[in-house]
Design a binder for this molecule. Structure first.
Ligand code: UT7
Length: 335
């Protein structure tokens, strides 16, 4: 008897983004830190970043982006909210249930995924799994981080790099091969290198530290730079292989927006033309789990992404974690 694959796949059906209104440009940072617009632009590609005001949280941003993604998707049936974040409103509980309530979604399943800057790709795989296993037919997936709340305001090695924001997508159960179908995936981690990017205190190993720096994010930038480039290139090759695509098949490469030089070096290693890169870091900085959906929403809004484009997504972040996936861009307008 002939067999055919009847598994449902996750299909992107809506997208939305939200950035906090307060913009901090490089000149403003240069007035309070030993840095310059020239250094930040040349080393990172960042010109400005959006920053939460005191009292504004990850949940607030996620609700804004989630509402826009739901609007973009039209009459979406949602059974689950997956929130990719490393900056939940509280250490306990997870923030996704508050996002679901804030959006008036009732008693849907809701949980957080923490893979830091790889969070969106990890959560996309999680959401696709919920759909493939028939646990959910519609998932609202939000990448949101208030990463500036983790920083030591006097640390010039992290403050210029990070910004806050949220990006969201709606995923529906659909068929492999249709526009918007997401996958396959390639996901990895290396906990041996967790100390390269870390907030040492505040968790179960060291609840409180007398050294305030232990409660702030620290990053060994140059080492992370090398790992990010090598791992994103490796993972991109693996996922293309799994998808049966070649490098020449890729119309757009949307990498985690950590540093324009990392994106360019990764594209070069892969042999991707520079004009396939989607880059919005100039006005967002590194927004952690929000960066890929924010870049997708910008590129969809300005026409860089066109229906049918073959898109490669790849991310790298603290953990270490990294991963990639592919999709064919659907006919969606950001909400
Ligand atoms: O999203 C999670 C993953 N994160 C990343 O992927 C970040 C990866 N790392 C990077 O993007 C880069 O390593 C940074 C942007 C963080 C740093 O750039 P770099 O080219 O690796 O600079 P560096 O740390 O090697 O520092 C070069 C010089 C040093 O001075 P000396 O020792 O050469 O005199 C630093 O002290 O630049 C100095 N420096 C600065 N100067 C002005 C470091 N930060 C600054 C600053 N302004 N903000």
């Amino acid at each position: 008897m002939p067999t055919h694959d009847t598994r449902k796949v996750a299909v992107l059906a809506g997208i939305g983004a939200w950035l906090p209104p307060r913009v901090v440009d490089n000149d403003e940072l240069s007035r309070r830190l030993d840095t310059s617009d020239e250094w930040i632009r040349t080393r990172t590609g960042i010109g400005e970043r959006h920053v939460v005001d005191p009292g504004m949280s990850t949940v607030d941003m996620a609700v804004e982006a989630g509402a826009r993604a739901l609007r973009s998707a039209g009459s979406a049936e949602i059974d689950a909210v997956v929130l990719a974040t490393a900056t939940p409103d509280q250490v306990c509980p997870a923030s996704a249930p508050q996002v679901a309530s804030g959006l008036g979604l009732g008693s849907v399943a809701a949980f957080d995924v923490n893979a830091v800057c790889s969070g969106f790709v990890y959560a996309l795989a999680t959401a696709a799994g919920l759909i493939a296993a028939d646990v959910a037919r519609g998932v609202l997936l939000i990448g949101a981080d208030a990463f500036t709340t983790l920083l030591d305001p006097a640390d010039r090695s992290t403050v210029p790099i990070f910004g806050d924001g949220a990006g969201a997508v709606v995923l529906h159960a659909g068929e492999a091969g249709q526009d918007g179908a997401v996958g396959p995936f390639d996901l990895h981690s290396d906990g041996e290198l967790s100390e390269l990017l870390i907030v040492p205190a505040g968790g179960s190993r060291m609840k409180r530290s007398t050294n305030p720096a232990d409660h702030c994010f620290s990053m060994r930038g140059p080492a992370v730079f090398r790992h990010a480039t090598a791992r994103m290139a490796e993972s991109s090759r693996a996922v293309l292989d799994r998808a049966g695509w070649t490098i020449a098949d890729v119309d757009r490469f949307i990498g985690h927006q950590a540093n324009i030089r990392i994106l360019q070096a990764t594209a070069k290693q892969l042999g991707l033309p520079a004009d396939s890169l989607v880059v919005n870091i100039e006005r967002t900085g590194n927004t952690s789990a929000a960066s890929i959906p924010l870049a997708m929403a910008d590129a969809a809004a300005d026409g860089t992404l066109q229906q049918g484009d073959r898109v490669l997504l790849s991310a790298f972040g603290a953990g270490l974690t990294w991963g990639s996936t592919v999709l064919r861009w659907p006919d969606v307008i950001p909400g």
